[in-house]
Design a binder for this molecule. Structure first.
Ligand SMILES: [Zn+2]
Length: 235
C-alpha cells in the first residue's frame, strides 16, 4: 500500500504538471499579446508626440512670420503718420496702428506659451525614445523565449502523458478509478496530507482512530467530508 501511495503521489505530481502545461496554452499567448501591445503602444506614443511637436513648431513659426509682417506694416503706418493732413486720416491710421500692436502682443503671448509647451514635448520625446529602446529590447527577448516555450508545450505534454501511463500501469485499477473519480469531482488535489488532525484540503477534523489507520497505511482512507484520499507524512 505504501508503494501504491507513492505511485499515487507521483501521479498527482504529473497531473499538476500537466494541468500547468494545459493552462500555459492560454496564458503564454496572453503574455505574448501583452508584450506585443506594449511595443505597439510605446511606438504609437512616440509617433504621436513627434507629430504634436512638429505641429507646435509649425504654429510657432507661422506666428513669428505673422509678427514680422505686422511689424513691417506698423513701420509703414508710422511713416505715413508723418505726412497726414486731416484728422480723419489721423484717426484711421491710429486705429490701424493700435490694431497691429494688439495683434503683435497676442501673437507674442501665444509664441511664449508654445515655447513652454515645445520644451515639455521635447523632454517627453527624449523619455519616450529611451522607453522605446528599453521596451523593444526587453520585450523582443522575452517574446523569443515565450514563442519557444509555446512551440514546446505540445512535446512537453506528450512526454508527461507517457510518464503518466508508466505510472498508472503500476497502480491497482480500483485505486486508479478512485483517484480519477475524485480528480473529476474535486480537481487537482486528490491525495492530501493530514494537517493538525484534520483533512488538509477541507479542514474537517478526523477522529484519532482514523488518524491511526492513516498512519498505519494499510488501506485507502478517504475524508468523510470531501472524499479525498488522506495520507500521513508525519506532521
Ligand atoms: Zn476533506
Amino acid at each position: 500500500m505504501r508503494n501504491e501511495m507513492e505511485m499515487l503521489l507521483k501521479l498527482q505530481e504529473i497531473d499538476y504538471q500537466l494541468g500547468e502545461l494545459e493552462r500555459s496554452k492560454d496564458y503564454l499567448p496572453d503574455m505574448v499579446s501583452n508584450l506585443e501591445k506594449e511595443i505597439h503602444d510605446t511606438n504609437n506614443a512616440l509617433k504621436q508626440t513627434e507629430e504634436e511637436l512638429k505641429k507646435q513648431n509649425l504654429e510657432k513659426k507661422h506666428l513669428e512670420l505673422e509678427v514680422d509682417s505686422l511689424n513691417q506694416e506698423l513701420s509703414k503706418f508710422q511713416k505715413q503718420m508723418r505726412v497726414i493732413k486731416t484728422n480723419r486720416e489721423y484717426d484711421a491710421l491710429t486705429t490701424e496702428i493700435s490694431n497691429r500692436k494688439l495683434k503683435i502682443l497676442e501673437n507674442e503671448d501665444k509664441i511664449l506659451e508654445l515655447m513652454g509647451s515645445v520644451d515639455e514635448f521635447e523632454e517627453k520625446l527624449v523619455e519616450l525614445k529611451k522607453k522605446k529602446e528599453r521596451v523593444n529590447t526587453n520585450n523582443t527577448a522575452q517574446l523569443k523565449t515565450l514563442k519557444r516555450e509555446i512551440d514546446s508545450v505540445g512535446t512537453k505534454i506528450k512526454i508527461k502523458e507517457d510518464e503518466r501511463r508508466n505510472v498508472t500501469v503500476r497502480i491497482d485499477k480500483r485505486l486508479l478509478a478512485t483517484y480519477e473519480r475524485i480528480k473529476k469531482g474535486r480537481g487537482a488535489d486528490v491525495v492530501v496530507v493530514v494537517k493538525k488532525g484534520a483533512c488538509g484540503a477541507c479542514y474537517k477534523s478526523l477522529p484519532p482512530q482514523r488518524i491511526q489507520e492513516i498512519k498505519m497505511g494499510n488501506g485507502i482512507i478517504t475524508c468523510d467530508s470531501c472524499g479525498r484520499i488522506l495520507i500521513w507524512t508525519g506532521e
